[in-house]
Design a protein around this ligand. Sequence first.
Ligand code: HEM
Length: 150
Amino acid sequence: MTTDILIRYLHFLGIFIVFAAVLGQHLLLKGTVPRAMIAKAQRFDIAYAVAVVVVLGTGLLQWFSGAKPAVFYTSNPVFHTKLTLFLLVGLISIYPSVFMGKQKKGDPAELVEIPKGIVHSIRLELLLLVVMPLLAVIMAKGLGIPVVKP
Ligand code: HEM
């Protein structure tokens, strides 16, 4: 019981940090910024990476050793949509990560223009992250599981 609560708590904490990290990048990376700002934004990327591992780990624990049987989730397309969005956010985040990794090197005062693609990628990540808790509460209620007619 206590372990279950702790796992659920860590799942939420991880989600908060993931969202905060992406929001932090969104606030820092726009227009033309000094290179030092990109290095700052990359620190959010580290927090993001750690939090993603926590979210994934606690998600897997709830899935395979939580209070409900694994099939409760595996049989629900809403859960699969949530997992797909999680994967999608991870894939989209590669582009800003690579950009930050390359651009942080050099004179910290030098100005760098943030490509529109980076801004849009981060916005898309935020949008998908906002949808995911909705999918989570729907699937936790068992909505979406196909009804098998006898
Ligand atoms: C950023 C990504 C994620 C978000 C925003 C998210 C959101 C949530 C939320 C809000 C809940 C609580 C639902 C409730 O109790 O009503 C939850 C529970 C859960 N999540 Fe996630 N989640 C994410 C990633 C994952 C991943 C990657 C997995 C699987 C590997 C996962 C598996 C689960 C499971 C199994 C539960 C338990 C649902 C239940 O109580 O029946 N989640 N998630």
